[in-house]
Ligand binder design. Structure first.
Ligand SMILES: [Zn+2]
Length: 357
């Protein structure tokens, strides 16, 4: 039987949600025990997004509590996986320089920015003096800026949000900041379009992008082409075929500026299958298997390990993970549901299975 051994992954963008709580109002987001073990099984590290409910991760106190929850879940998995979370804080209008310093001294190496309008408050102005000071502080501390690259403006279609962000914020921002902070590392997260890829290529090696597995295999047709498919609905929304093919080519090109960030984002079934359904594709249970299939179909299986386990670590300045994971070539059907969550491609066939030792 054909097997594939890969270095343990770094998933440099993942949502672990929160712990099961006794407060039912928050139940919808309390999925960590259900979802995080999937990632922990094949990743040596993962960058944990700072947006659990009811409270985002905004300061060192939040980070400490959230990290200990994640470690508690990891320690309950048997056998205990070799996994370390890369903690982040959200950088918003209310973040102070002291907050950034304190978080950094606790080991936070990245700050996440949601432009205002995408998910609540976020950062309203990348170019203000206050924002300038925050980026300067992160630059001095050697931290990484993770940016959700979409702008939600009146009159702009959801499919154009990334392009509008690039034109109005990202390109002017990089042009201006790269003179003052040439070493500030910036990641355009879940890049989803040709323009996003081309923009990242244009700048220096301190500018990189993550690519998800689902954007490598979906277009807008998979979201609204045959009825609505809420479990494929995610931000940024999958786009046109030329965007998908460009992302495939880029992920498999061996360009170290592009690496894995799955953006696996679970929501419970009833919050996906309803009016105003939540956005996010839950790919964590099938990530290595799906990526192996996509890369193999393109004849680029030899490029997979660099994408999942090398380029991201090198960009972050971390040693490569030590352990390996093993996949075997054997068809299987993805379950319709894992706990309360419907996985991406539920009920469909994949060709590779992950062997847990
Ligand atoms: Zn995300």
């Amino acid at each position: 039987m054909k097997t594939l051994k890969l270095r343990r992954f770094d998933d440099l963008h993942v949502h672990f949600r929160g712990l099961k709580s006794k407060t039912p109002a928050y139940y919808e987001d309390n999925l960590m025990e259900q979802v995080a073990p999937f990632t922990m099984n094949y990743c040596g590290r993962a960058t944990i997004m700072p947006n659990p409910k009811p409270r985002h991760i905004l300061c060192v106190k939040d980070v400490k509590r959230y990290k200990s929850h994640i470690e508690m879940v990891r320690n309950s998995v048997s056998p205990q996986p070799s996994f370390d979370p890369i903690m982040t804080i959200e950088i918003s209008d209310s973040t102070t320089l002291k907050i950034i310093e304190e978080a950094h001294s606790f080991g936070v190496i990245a700050g996440k920015i949601y432009p205002t309008g995408i998910y609540g408050k976020g950062l309203s102005d990348f170019f203000s003096y206050k924002s300038w000071q925050k980026f300067g502080k992160m630059n001095d501390l050697g931290m990484i800026v993770l940016i959700h690259g979409e702008l939600d403006l009146p009159g702009v279609l959801v499919t154009n949000r990334e392009k509008i962000f690039l034109e109005n914020v990202f390109i002017p921002f990089l042009s201006r900041y790269s003179r003052s902070f040439p070493n500030l590392r910036i990641v355009l997260e879940h890049v989803s379009s040709v323009s996003g890829v081309e923009t990242v290529k244009c700048f220096g090696k301190n500018v990189a992008a993550t690519i998800t597995a689902h954007h490598l295999c979906t277009t807008l047709n998979n979201v609204v082409g045959k009825g609505t498919q809420p479990h494929n609905m995610c931000n940024p929304i999958p786009k046109d075929y030329h965007d998908m093919y460009c992302l495939q080519e880029t992920a498999m090109s061996g360009n170290p500026k592009f690496f894995l960030g799955s953006d696996s984002a679970p929501h419970i079934r009833k919050n996906k299958e309803c009016a105003h359904g939540a956005c996010g594709a839950f790919t964590a249970p099938i990530l290595p298997q799906l990526l192996a299939e996509i890369f193999e179909n393109a004849g680029k299986l030899d490029k997979l390990e660099d994408f999942t386990s090398r380029f991201g670590a090198e960009f972050y300045g971390l040693p490569l993970n030590e352990g390996k994971i093993k996949l075997v070539k054997k068809d299987w059907i993805i379950p319709e549901q894992y706990g309360d969550v419907v996985p991406f491609m539920a009920g469909q066939k994949l060709q590779w299975q992950l062997l847990l030792e």
